[in-house]
Design a protein around this ligand. Structure first.
Ligand code: NI
Length: 254
């Protein structure tokens, strides 16, 4: 047991189609738990199947804000069905992404976000939140629904981090803490109360230095943990223990 709990990866991504089983076997040598987050409609069937084959994998069910275009609202029933699976530990990833938005999908994003927050409430599951270039709208939604959960791949300021944890939520940090130009991520990693921190890779995206730009996988999470442990002046093992305990508490894994 390495003590590593990876809280956010996408092994259903097509970039793993050629060697998924090989990668997952290697990941399991260095990581104790993985939460695979659903993003697309395809994920909702693919991911539960995958998690049945791997003991150490759990998942979240939900549609990412970039994956809702053209998706019928009735698919919320498919999300709910996936969420009833015994290995589903959260609803996600859900939220707002305004990065490529020309203003036209905002309303639709809000509709899906709210419906999935309500589903989480109904099923009493935590949420995994995606927020990109949308801090104000995301905070408004979190204040309205007050879910338990995590703001994943957090890129906001220390001030916003304090607001998020003030709502009782966790912060997920990954590869950007190792990037030379990621000032916010390093500031947040240095200031966050450790009992509110989760580790994640967002694989296949966001590979940490020195692998930046390459395909990411959960075994690279050690570079993220080493960097944060160094920033906090605690041992690597201690950081893994705290963040793993946090993840088990949030996602109800014993
Ligand atoms: Ni993600």
């Amino acid at each position: 047991m390495s003590g590593i709990f990876e809280t956010h990866a996408h092994f259903d991504d097509h970039s793993f189609d050629e060697d998924r089983d090989e990668v997952l076997s290697r990941v399991h040598e260095t990581v104790d738990y993985v939460i695979n987050c659903c993003a697309s409609v395809r994920s909702l069937t693919f991911v539960p199947d995958m998690c049945e084959r791997y003991d150490f994998m759990y998942f979240s069910a939900g549609l990412h804000p970039e994956e809702i275009i053209g998706v019928d609202m009735s698919i919320i029933d498919t999300v709910e069905k996936a969420a009833m699976h015994p290995k589903c530990v959260a609803i996600g990833e859900i939220g707002f992404d305004y990065h490529f938005d020309d203003g036209e999908s905002k309303e639709l994003q809000a509709k899906w976000f709210e419906d999935q927050l309500l589903l989480a409430q109904k099923l009493q599951k935590p949420v995994i939140i995606h927020s990109r270039d949308a801090t104000a709208d995301t905070m408004q939604m979190l204040k309205k629904y007050r879910p338990r959960g995590v703001m994943h791949c957090f890129s906001g300021s220390v001030e916003t981090m304090r607001e998020v944890i003030g709502l009782g939520m966790y912060i997920g940090l990954g590869g950007p803490v190792t990037f030379k130009n990621a000032r916010h991520a390093v500031e947040v990693a240095s200031a966050i109360p450790l009992e509110r921190l989760l580790l994640e890779t967002d694989a296949p995206y966001m590979a940490p230095a020195p692998f930046r730009g390459k395909r990411n996988d959960s075994s690279l999470i050690k570079y993220i943990a080493e960097k944060i442990a160094e920033l906090r002046g605690i041992t690597y093992e201690k950081l893994l223990q705290i963040t793993s305990d946090n993840a088990k508490t949030l996602f109800g894994i014993k």
